[in-house]
Design a protein around this ligand. Sequence first.
Ligand code: MG
Length: 386
Amino acid sequence: MPTLAIFGSTGSIGCQALEFVRVSDVDYDVRVLTAWTNVEALASQAEEFQPEVVVLGTMDAARRYRMRRQGGTERVLVGDEGLEEAAAWPGLDTVLSAVVGAAGLRLTLCAARLGRRVALANKESLVVAGDIVTAAAAASGAEIIPVDSEHSAIFQCLAGASTREVDRLVLTASGGPFLGRTREELAYVGVDDAMDHPNWTMGAKITVDSATLMNKGLEVIEAHWLFGIAPERIQVVVHPQSIVHSMVEFVDGSTLAQLGPPDMRLPIQYALDYPVRNGSSWPRMDWTQRHSLSFQSPDVRTFPCLRLAYAALETGPSATAVLNAANEVAVEAFLDGRMAFNAIPDVNERILDRMGGDEAHSLEDRLQLDEEARLRTKELIGKAGN
Ligand code: MG
């Protein structure tokens, strides 16, 4: 029976992964489940899946969990150390890394160092430390299988191909809720407008990142590390229907694409079942219906975050960490109503200009730089607000 660890099991990706495990043709043994503080949800998942270990984010949450699961035989671990201990838990075949933030990066790295297959949904792993994580995976022989729909599409199109056969990767972007608007028209948009994503239902942070195109910028950075393709050979095209999840153009001029309804359960299943494809009951495309698929260039004047991501990637992995940190703080300020939508790219650009040249090679130094970028961004936003 293949064994699974699901890190971030009460989040959106984690819940969909368990939804898949419930109906999967393969009988998966779920050994690890983790949550930050959602004790109720984790306890009911543990009751259903009987893991060997669970991890909670805080001591208080762990205490409440023990009270709630008095008959449970699972070990209860806490915090970053608990996550690393669970990532090293004996007998795990696949680790789904779907914890948000730096904690997810640490456990991804731990699993990669141990040579485990990592189904990767945590963005920070490659945006903050793509160089460190891919070097660790290369040294141990760990496979990193992307869960994000775009990277899963590219991974599927690349099956069996070598890097030198690839001319370029084409990442598709829905364009978000503000597709077709000008920068001037976005001056007064509010949180509700940005949250109104046409195709995908996601968390608040990633929905705003889709509206600014920063999400696509972060995906370009991830694609670079996942597939070893130079930034200038990674192209973003806007495809509002979100049916073509991404494409690979090969050196002979042939393009392969992966298509499907916008539903995360398919790429999750692909990553967990890899390298085999098994049956599923997820929604399918009905090709007898009339569909139009359209493609256009992204508007980087209105959505400068995409340009900034390329600039940071050209500079190096410390710069992408800085950009990511600045963006998280800026998006939080926008969501709190403290900052205008168009200020997000402006703040990101100023922090990248100031700190993009700073280099941090080790994981600890990189996380320190991340922390400092957050502080400097908060200062900048605070000053502007006064
Ligand atoms: Mg995506």
